[in-house]
Ligand binder design. Sequence first.
Ligand code: URA
Length: 434
Amino acid sequence: MTAKLMLDKKREGRALGSAEIREFIEGFTSGEIPDYQMAAFAMAVCCRGMNERETADLTEAMKNSGRCLEWAGLATADKHSTGGVGDKLSLVVQPLAASCGVSVPSLTGRGLGITGGTADKLETIPGYSCSQTLDRFQEIVRGVGVSMAVQTDEITPADKKLYALRDVTGTVASIPLIVSSILSKKLAEGAGALVFDVKCGRGAFMKTRDEASALAAALVSGAEAAGRKAAALVTRMDEPLGFAVGNVNEVAEALEILKSRPERLADVTGLCVELAAGMVSLARGIPPGEAARLCSENLESGAALDKFEKMVEAHGGDLESFRRFAAGRTFKFRIQAMRSGYVEAIDAEKVAGVALRLGAGREKAGDAIDPLAGVTLAVRRGDRVFAGAPLATLEKSRSPDGLEAAAAELYKAFSFAAAAPEARPLVIERIGQW
Ligand code: URA
């Protein structure tokens, strides 16, 4: 069937056949199908949707557009987050799972827009390179147990081209397109078990519980249809995770969790343990409770920190230099509470917007980031504050320009109440085996 007839069929809301989808993606990858036909396809899918079988076929075709890794003889797992503010969880979760006997091949992304990328965070460690050949990536996973690197052009080239088109044609917000995009990359990476952390709320891609639940369920069923074990958590992303939003400060906070599990970060630590336990339970086939116990023990004993240090070393990074770099000179501005009361909310989207403005993120692909830029909160939701008490510090390293204006914006992220707001758990919903 020609591309034109296939587009007619999808526009009319009819289901496409497996071979049609495969040939269309093959044609797009080779350049035979032009961008305008792919853009029309993306829009037709946005408007008409796809059934589960079509989504699975699209995922499979995109996965097969590039190299697919295999991990014979290893129990493998990876975690994917849909992206949150202050989301440094991967830096703890992946080495923690690896310390429990699971091999973790984790190909990750650089940040764009308000959500930071794990690769940008890791590369604030002097020497750490996320750009590894796939052969070296496999060597690190086999030798150390965990590697966090960026996707190379060899993995799912069809997704790379399609995502760039979706970004400029208003076709990002479609569950079948999001699922096939995320899953094709994760399936090509080859992990046998996948755990998804689908963020939900003000600072997330999915703003409502219904949207987040639908995406989580579709990711799990898609991964299972492709023969992988899978589970998902829908987690709250109204407030930033932890205190740090930026790159260097988030790595420092992740190291703090790995080293000493501070009480003030108990909620974030608990979520790290739950996600890592999901990976261990699925990959090793052990009950979730046993996996959670093992993860807590390995966090406590320093085994997870040891894995993180070994991974950093294998990627050329130097944690001693990181400590000096993180303590480097920055321009700072502190904001204080103008009234007494309880912190009722800290709008994650606004905090992320300020961090982006300070230079912690990219407005467009290829922009250079300021690794030392960011926001460090002094309080969290539910804390009692008095007038004059510090709320947060803004930092940037290149010049003080714009700090004051950014600080005024940041203040708007805070809302206060006379009474403490009701505590809310981070986990909203669990999908699959936990
Ligand atoms: N992340 C992806 O990798 N793909 C999407 O389509 C959306 C988020």
